[in-house]
Each structure stands twice: as C-alpha cells, then as structure tokens.
Design a protein around this ligand. Structure first.
Ligand SMILES: CC(C)(COP(=O)(O)OP(=O)(O)OC[C@H]1O[C@@H](n2cnc3c(N)ncnc32)[C@H](O)[C@@H]1OP(=O)(O)O)[C@@H](O)C(=O)NCCC(=O)NCCS
Length: 198
C-alpha cells in the first residue's frame, strides 16, 4: 500500500499557496508525512477526504482543475489521472489496477462505485475531421460524464465523453460506453447496450 492521506485538507482552488490542515498527523511516520507534504504541494487544487494512492499511480492536476474526493477513495497501482477540469469522486470509490481517467470538462462519480482493471474514462476527444491537418492541431472537445452511485464497471471498459450512467448499473468487461445507460441496468458490448434490468 502506498500513501494514506489524512482526512480533510483545506480548500485550494486557485493555485494560491496551500493551507494544509493535517489531521491525525501524529499517526503518520516520518516518511509518510514527507511524501504527503510533497504530494500536497504538487496537487494544490485538491479538496479531498482520506484516500489511498498506491505506488505507481500518476496524477497530473492542472492549474484550473477543481477536485473533490469523498472519503475512502482508493486508487490501486498504476492509476493514471489527467485532471484539467472539474472532478468529483464520491465516498468509497475504488479504482483497480491500471485505470486511466482524463478530465477536461467535468466528471462526476457517485458513492461506492467500483472500476475494474484498466477501465478508462475520457471526457475529451481530439476534434475529428478530414484531411492532412495534424490531429493535435485540431484541438479538443470535451463533454461532461456523470456516473451515479453504486455503479460497477468491468475490466477494460471505456467510458466516453458526454455519457451518463445511472445508479446501481453494471457495465460488462470490455464494453465501450458511448450512450447513456439508465439506472439499474446491465449494459455490455461495443457499443454498450442494455441487455437487461437489474
Ligand atoms: C456483465 C457480467 C457481470 C455478467 O453479468 P450476469 O448478470 O451474469 O450476465 P449474464 O452472464 O447473464 O449475461 C447476459 C448477457 O450478456 C452477455 N455478456 C455478459 N458479459 C458480457 C461482456 N462483458 N461483454 C459482452 N457480452 C457480455 C452474456 O453472454 C449474455 O448474453 P446472452 O443472453 O446472449 O447469452 C460479467 O459478464 C462481466 O462482464 N463481469 C466483469 C468482470 C470484471 O471485469 N471483473 C473485474 C473485477 S472489478
């Protein structure tokens, strides 16, 4: 296990100097405390509860990002985050190994969601077009993604821009979610289709 962050740190929205309110600091060992401070300095615009970030996790938090994590959020090894927009993650959310989350506009994840290995969530696309213009020169478009409470996403699934997934739904392994999935539904396949109510 990597780092266990102490509860509730101060609000740090606009890249201004961090005001750290460390609770339970006394239970951290020296190395853990040093790593915590370094990470807090790196992620100045986080507003987080207690969360676990395992080794090999790689998070970039852009200067305009707004981040909120609830309690007990767990990022397993090799998680990659590219946070440029608004990100809200509810209580008890679990990302298994190798998940990738890119947020350019807004991503909202409810409480108690579970993401299997290598799930990717992208709210952005390169602009799709014709001709020889380099893809990167066309820029990005991004649309918010909303994932409700108690959603389980199977391994290797991809959740793409503009999608809403309702509460208590299950997304099968390897699915590509390109359209909304209602609450209490099982959706599988590429593109993901609802195969039954739960
Ligand atoms: C979706 C899943 C949960 C199965 O749920 P289930 O309630 O047992 O559903 P069923 O097995 O009855 O499947 C319903 C239909 O969807 C199909 N299906 C199930 N999972 C599928 C998947 N991942 N991709 C495509 N089709 C799938 C089944 O073949 C079945 O189709 P059929 O009716 O034509 O035979 C399971 O298949 C799955 O994908 N689990 C993810 C496992 C995982 O990633 N774990 C990581 C740990 S977090």
């Amino acid at each position: 296990m990597g780092i266990i962050f102490p509860s509730t740190v101060a609000r740090l929205s606009d890249g201004s100097a961090a005001r750290l309110a460390l609770q339970r600091f006394t239970v951290c060992n020296l190395i853990g405390a040093c790593r915590y401070i370094l990470l807090r300095l790196r992620f100045r615009n986080l507003r987080v509860g207690r969360f676990i970030l395992e080794r090999g996790a790689d998070m970039y938090v852009g200067p305009d990002a707004e981040i909120y994590f609830g309690r007990g959020v767990h990022f397993r090894r090799d998680f990659t985050g590219r946070f440029h927009g608004h990100l809200t993650i509810g209580d008890g959310v679990f990302f298994s190994r190798g998940c990738y989350v890119a947020v350019y506009s807004r991503l909202t994840i409810g409480n108690n969601c579970k993401f299997g290995e290598r799930v990717s969530i992208h709210d952005e696309n390169h602009v799709v077009g014709r001709g020889p213009e380099p893809i990167v020169a066309r820029g990005f478009v991004a649309e918010p993604i909303v994932i409700g409470n108690n959603v389980w996403v199977g391994a290797n699934a991809s959740i793409l821009q503009g999608v809403r997934i309702g509460d208590n739904s299950v997304i099968g392994a390897n699915a590509v979610v390109t359209h909304d999935v209602p609450a209490n539904a099982l959706a599988v396949g590429i593109p993901a289709r609802v195969v039954r109510e739960l």
